[in-house]
Design a protein around this ligand. Structure first.
Ligand SMILES: O=c1ccn([C@@H]2O[C@H](COP(=O)(O)O)[C@@H](O)[C@H]2O)c(=O)[nH]1
Length: 272
């Protein structure tokens, strides 16, 4: 998917919401456990109920890998369902991969070619040759971890390296990589106060912003400092939406939560 198409979808739906499919069998409604594939049944119901309110879905690989082959099959069914029924949705494999070039190439093939995701999250720590194999894919997006939403972000990401915070080095250096136009970045909603300086370095890049909802980040603050003329934001909420209810009404309850965020996003977009 091109960035231009993503921006058009955001304007059309008045939403830059990404729904995180962090599907945990300990949290899904009990009646679904009788289904042949409860993970897929849960995801399908959530997607069918919320697709008109969001522009992206982000399954986090941990929640699928945790169930072995069954989890991987449910992931494959979920991405196939999204690509066939809702091809306008931007899909993110939240995998946080990155390895020596030869290995990164295989990861890129797995997520972009075999599974057919539009984007994948990548840890930048191993540098240029670990990231460029992902960037080589046309109309696919590599979402580099810049400043994450967790407390541990302060262990390394904000430390000074050669007179500059490490996350700023990540932003600046990655912009020199081949095909850097295919880069997006993760910045946590809990770090909204850093967005002004981040925008000085990458004024136009799209940001994936997790951390509203369960982690307490503020959508308003994120928009105030992070929004660009082409929006430039995909704001993710996972638990806050998908576990709004664990009864038979779980999908409708998720839609209510998604609608709340979409209405706030509409307001922010109309401030432009
Ligand atoms: O900095 C980061 C990077 C990734 N995540 C992921 O986003 C979702 C957030 O889930 P919530 O339930 O809305 O808190 C989850 O998959 C994380 O692994 C992040 O939170 N922060």
């Amino acid at each position: 998917m091109t960035t231009q198409f993503l921006v058009e979808q955001i304007r059309k739906k008045e939403s830059f919401l990404c729904i995180g499919l962090d599907t945990d069998l300990d949290k899904v409604p009990e009646h679904l456990l009788e289904e042949e594939d409860p993970i897929f049944a849960f995801n399908k119901a959530i997607i069918d109920a919320t697709h008109h309110l969001c522009v992206a879905y982000k399954p986090n690989m941990a929640f699928y890998e945790a169930y072995g082959i069954k989890g991987w099959k449910a992931l494959e069914k979920t991405i196939t369902y999204l690509n066939s029924h809702y091809p306008e949705q931007f899909t993110i494999a939240d995998a946080k991969r990155g390895d020596i070039g030869n290995t990164s190439t295989r990861y890129a093939k797995a997520f972009f070619e075999d599974l057919g995701f539009d984007s994948v999250t990548i840890a930048p720590y191993m540098g240029k040759d670990s990231v460029e194999p992902f960037l080589a894919f046309k109309e696919k997006h590599t979402i580099l971890l810049a400043l994450t939403s967790n407390l541990g972000a302060f262990d390394f990401q904000t430390k000074m390296v050669d007179g500059k915070e490490l996350y700023k080095q990540v932003l600046e250096t990655s912009q020199t990589y081949e095909n850097s136009e295919n880069l997006m970045y993760v910045v946590g909603a809990t770090k909204a106060e850093f967005l002004k300086e981040i925008r000085n370095i990458i004024p136009d890049s799209f940001l994936l912003v997790p951390g509203v909802g369960a982690q307490g980040g503020s959508l308003k603050e994120v928009c105030k400092y992070g929004m660009t003329k082409d929006i430039g934001l995909l704001v993710n909420s996972s638990r806050g939406i998908i576990y709004a209810s664990n009864g038979v009404d779980f999908a409708q309850a998720a839609a209510v939560k998604a609608k709340e965020l979409q209405l706030q996003m509409r307001m922010e977009l109309n401030k432009e």
